[in-house]
Design a protein around this ligand. Sequence first.
Ligand SMILES: C[S@@+](CC[C@H](N)C(=O)[O-])C[C@H]1O[C@@H](n2cnc3c(N)ncnc32)[C@H](O)[C@@H]1O
Length: 311
Amino acid sequence: MNTSAVKSAIVRDETVILQARDSIFGDQAFLCTRGRRHLLLSAERLVEVGFRWPEDLEQTSERMLRSFRPAGPVPSPTPVWPPVDSMGMREWLATTIAGTGLEIGAGASPFPVPLHCRVLYGDRLSYERLTAEPYPGQRKCDLVVPEILTEFDEISGVADESLDFLIACHVIEHTRNPIGSIAAAHRKLKPSGQLLLVIPDKEQTFDRNRPVTTLDHLLEDFHRPDRQRDLDHYREFYRLAFSVPQNVLEETARQNFVEEYAIHYHVWTHDTFAAMLAALPATAGPWGSVWTHPGVGNASNEFYARLVKPA
Ligand SMILES: C[S@@+](CC[C@H](N)C(=O)[O-])C[C@H]1O[C@@H](n2cnc3c(N)ncnc32)[C@H](O)[C@@H]1O
């Protein structure tokens, strides 16, 4: 994405730069346009697209800021390669998309989708459920309102071949059927459409004591889904990720299984994920190009994949 593309996406008389200092938002400033508020990661981004800083910053109330729906941070019009941190990589990836797409599982950290794109939001849980049970660290005021309720491995409510892009950031590990999710994305994307995935690296998260999920297991989940195998994931998750004591392990696993708490079902490193993509069954594609990249920067706990459907 170039600077002029961002500029043309910003209609000045429909855009305000707002801050509500004495509120839950604190010092954060937002570019607010077309009903959405985009977190400003740095003032330079504003200046790059023709705003004045701090002259264009206006103070407002928490209520006013809340009246805008949360959306991703304002992407940098000039992201650098190679990126130096996770947000830099996300912004760089975002520059490869255009048109209309869907982000699944945006939670409280929607992707920095370029302002000239139209993005729909989807989740397996309603906004009411998401706000009632936020993930640790998620602020309710940042939670995106999903307009499409669907599991990633179904992507219901979206016409086939209708999306230019599909984004899932820290979501595929929550799905029972990751290969099925990639297959569903393939069905929903237009020719040349792109699937962008950000995946946690098991070695850098609470999953580090769990064994990597084998390719055979992932293929089995795709070809022969099985609830018993799902329950085994809960046992493994609570035993090895959260060290739940043996005497309450079975009860904890079963209760969360019944409540369908979205655990990390499967875990990967960059290399095992790339191996899964290299071995996708024919019914999960075909993909024209498949690109992966390890985490960037010392603090990274994630890696990246970009799959492009053939033209
Ligand atoms: C860990 S949060 C990720 C939030 C955000 N994308 C981020 O990177 O911080 C996972 C989100 O995906 C949703 N989710 C989990 N499993 C899902 C599934 N199988 N299908 C659709 N959405 C799912 C959750 O409800 C939640 O909103």
